[in-house]
Design a protein around this ligand. Structure first.
Ligand SMILES: Cc1cc2nc3c(=O)[nH]c(=O)nc-3n(C[C@H](O)[C@H](O)[C@H](O)COP(=O)(O)O)c2cc1C
Length: 209
């Protein structure tokens, strides 16, 4: 039981990739990890968009934010994780629950855990143009793309631009548990954000650090 937390903490959003391809069997395990994720009413609204051919990959790379284009193209495998809101039984709990998005989150967690267990990096990115991702795959307008994953084996830190090298070796920073967990009553310590939200607005809405 204790080993799972070790494996989960071993996952990092690394940006340096090795050129080695992700073997087909490993890819299948990643897709299976997504396929076993639970969903409300078993609607299974999540879909994976895998960029295999060169033109589709180029379209997906072009859809990424400039910051992500600095490193993500080195990943041998780029995959978008999406969900179909129209597949949800939203009337059960109201649309504000956005369960289609929640399902994508669970699926992403499964994918990252499986990737870590395989010695792979699966770095999620929200920095992309959603319509451009849909266009690259010929996907319908109702498909909501939540993240694009850069997947591959970890590479040499030196392969990254200097500013990214520093971030690559940075310690994992997390809230102490007493700020994360509200036991019995919500406290002042629970209300404090992990990062100053106005800072990311000042940085032009970049929330990727
Ligand atoms: C939904 C989501 C979107 C993210 N988007 C980006 C992104 O666009 N670019 C990027 O470099 N990192 C992105 N990240 C990675 C986070 O910056 C990273 O997970 C966070 O700093 C914590 O670091 P760690 O995952 O190594 O613990 C994203 C992470 C998540 C979960």
């Amino acid at each position: 039981m204790a080993e799972l937390i070790e494996a989960l903490s071993g996952r990092r959003a690394r940006r340096a990739f090795d050129a080695r391809e992700v073997p087909a069997e490993a890819q299948e395990l990643l897709w299976r990890a997504v396929s076993v994720a639970p969903s409300h009413g078993n609607v299974q609204s999540v879909r994976l968009l895998v960029a295999e051919s060169e033109p589709v990959r180029a379209g997906l790379v072009a859809a990424l934010s400039e910051g992500n284009r600095n490193w993500a193209p080195a990943a041998p495998l780029l995959v978008a994780l999406a969900s179909m809101p129209t597949h949800e039984h939203a009337e059960s709990y109201g649309e504000e629950r956005a369960l289609w998005s929640f399902h994508a989150g669970i699926a992403a967690g499964n994918l990252m855990a499986q990737a870590t267990a395989l010695g792979l990096v699966a770095h999620p990115m929200a920095g992309f143009n959603e319509e451009a991702v849909r266009r690259a795959f010929g996907a319908p307008g109702e498909l909501r793309v939540l993240v694009v994953f850069a997947i591959g084996f970890p590479g040499a830190v030196e392969s990254l631009p200097e500013d990214l090298q520093r971030r690559e070796v940075r310690e994992q920073r997390r809230l102490p548990l007493e700020r994360l967990v509200a036991t019995d009553s919500w406290g002042e310590q629970n209300a404090q954000p992990a990062r100053d939200p106005s800072r990311s607005r000042r940085e032009g809405g970049k929330l990727e650090r």
